[in-house]
Design a binder for this molecule. Sequence first.
Ligand code: SF4
Length: 257
Amino acid sequence: MDELVRRYLRQQVELGGNEVLMEGKTRPGAAGAAPTPASVPTPARQPKDWRVGAPPIPEAGLTILAPAGDDAVLAWSSLSQVADAIGGCTKCFLCQGRTRVVPGEGDPRARLLLVGEGPGQTEDQTGRPFVGRAGELLTDILGAIGLAREQVFICNVVKCRPPQNRKPLPDEMAACAPYLAAQLRLVEPKVILALGATAAEALLNAKRSLADLRGKVHSYHGIPLVVTYHPAALLRNPNWKKPTWDDVRIARQLVDR
Ligand code: SF4
């Protein structure tokens, strides 16, 4: 089995089990599978298309107009200018505890932009968003819908690590909001995927449960926005992987529209 197939099967198991494993095939070595003689090469497996069994595009949800932005925000004409501004930012308490700022990274013309809550310990040390176990899981999820990490843009609501990974406070999110707004304006993605309740709250300006916000296509200044679980939450509760798999396939369909 080549590495591509091995990785694909790992993604599918991560995301929900048998339903998303190969159609009509039994994994070698699984209970009930016929033994494969050493002399007979294992047939190459083709990944099952993510579209198979994907849920339909759900109903419209909230409609949010993007913040107007102040003159400084509107003056930024590139993501690197935004990152430079973040690098020297002391607008909120979070600057005091950071090792590095984590502005975000990815394709500046990405069709899909993902927003998480804030940097964790590894992100704070590396200056990169979504690294570590949650980041690996996110990379696998993206791979399962046919997107490499380099093809999307990934960032967070706040760009500096909150102490003990606590949820950012409202004034911290408000202070950092212009950077996220600028990134969204500059990337102009086709679809936004909010990872977790904090990202959804910040983008939709709505304090509602994740259950209430999932399963709809919201609009952020005309850009379709889908809400799903944060990858770190999936590591704590694997039962959320299947609904997440549905959410990302909805987002992926919107990217293709
Ligand atoms: S979290 Fe945002 S607003 Fe606060 S110091 Fe960092 S970059 Fe500035």
